[in-house]
Design a protein around this ligand. Structure first.
Ligand code: DQA
Length: 139
């Protein structure tokens, strides 16, 4: 099984970016934990600060399931929402922070209708929990 983990803009700065909101763990650390917890799974990680690059990745890559944090694009990218709509695989959206406790513009996800479920506010552990839900066929 191959699971793609996709991060949107500014998440390359995880660990140093607004640590009071996003914590101090880096994405490398998150991926290490995920890989060692699920050694039988192949992971492909993709991060971009560019909307079109994320859409290209979603269109071109072959994977069995997707974990995506579209970051700020969550709140306004109909293009990424359309890209997600085209993927007939298991899909989970992850947010490190609880977007419903934050500024009004963050409290709407235009991408969420096109994924199976959303994990928000559980910190970087949300990525591991999303992978776990997919691998353990929790739905
Ligand atoms: C985020 C929340 C978004 O509002 C923000 O733009 C991010 C990260 C999160 O993981 O909590 O970049 O998706």
């Amino acid at each position: 099984m191959k699971i793609a983990i996709v991060n949107g803009p500014n998440l390359n700065l995880l660990g140093t970016r607004e640590p009071q909101i996003y914590g101090t763990e880096t994405m490398e650390g998150v991926l290490e934990t995920i890989k060692s917890t699920f050694p039988e799974v192949i992971f492909e990680y993709f991060q971009s600060n560019h909307e079109g690059a994320i859409i290209d990745f979603l269109q071109q890559s072959d994977f069995d399931a997707l974990v995506i944090n579209p970051a700020a694009y969550t709140h306004y990218s109909y293009a990424i929402a359309d890209g997600l709509k085209n993927i007939q695989k298991k899909k989970i959206e992850v947010h490190i922070s609880n977007i419903y406790q934050r500024e009004p513009f963050r409290q709407k996800s235009v991408t969420a209708p096109y994924v199976d479920g959303v994990i928000t506010g559980l910190g970087t552990k949300g990525y591991l929990l999303a992978v776990s839900a997919i691998v353990n066929e929790a739905y």
